[in-house]
Design a protein around this ligand. Structure first.
Ligand SMILES: [Zn+2]
Length: 251
């Protein structure tokens, strides 16, 4: 698909753009997917560690794994795809970013309107009370080997502020995601295969809302069939080209 044709169609809509983002956008930032990131952890699957059951059975193991992931994350920086979404926001063309990623790279790239539907790995919260805190400093992430306890209620553990397998999404986050979808007339689906519910339903809502749905992915995905356009290639290349041309065209 010719990118200029896509941009002309978008411009005609007087676009209000919502972006639905998945792991593909962070690959170029050096963020590995869940598996095989650290030799030590090769024998574990995310589905075995990122669960409430695993945490109740062996919180030390789960925390060691999250610290290993954090050490990788601390090396990662936003890439041109993250930055291009920040530019859309600065030009007031963006309604918001709905991300399935927990890495916090949109925020570091300078985006403000973000909903992190699967939570945020750089924060941890008490399993019992409302206390939460950032823990992504080098000192906290790398040096500590102790289990973290809540400084407020003291006897309860802190856990990563992410949505684990078997848990439901935070209802406020989900409501925000649905609202942004309805307030927009263009949806960009970036680096996500669209398989994981309920986020996978957002492009369907968008279509029902007469929005234009444009996919950015390296290959065909299960949602390609009902996207208006699919722009194939690494999204750190295709997305900046798209947003730069769009912003230029809308001047
Ligand atoms: Zn507490």
């Amino acid at each position: 698909m010719n990118i200029d044709t896509v941009i002309e169609t978008v411009v005609e809509k007087k676009p209000k753009i919502v972006s639905v983002v998945g792991a593909g956008i962070s690959k170029a930032s050096g963020m590995p997917t869940f598996r095989g990131e650290d030799g030590l952890w090769n024998n574990y699957r995310a589905e075995e560690l990122a669960t409430p059951y695993a945490f109740s059975r062996d919180p030390k193991l789960v925390w060691d794994w999250y610290r290993a992931r954090m050490r990788i994350l601390l090396e990662a920086e936003p890439n041109p795809a993250h930055c291009s979404l920040t530019k859309l926001e600065e030009k007031n063309i963006s309604t918001g970013i709905i991300t399935q990623n927990v890495d916090g790279l949109h925020e570091i790239a300078g985006s403000k309107k973000i909903v992190e539907v699967h939570g945020r790995i750089r924060y941890r919260r008490c399993v019992n009370c409302d206390h939460f805190e950032r823990w992504d400093s080098n000192e906290k992430a790398q040096k500590s080997i102790e289990l973290p306890y809540c400084p407020k209620c003291e006897t309860n553990l802190l856990r990563p502020d992410v949505v684990w397998f078997g848990e439901t999404l935070d209802s406020q986050s989900w409501q925000q995601a649905a609202e942004w979808t309805m307030q927009s007339n263009v949806m960009l689906v970036i680096g996500t295969s669209g398989v994981v519910a309920p986020v996978s339903t957002l492009p369907i809502y968008a279509k029902q809302n007469n929005s234009l749905v444009i996919e950015f992915n390296i290959e065909q995905t299960p949602i390609s069939g009902y996207c208006d356009y699919s722009l194939f290639g690494p999204c750190e290349e295709t997305l900046p080209e798209f947003t730069d041309k769009l912003i230029e065209r809308m001047k």
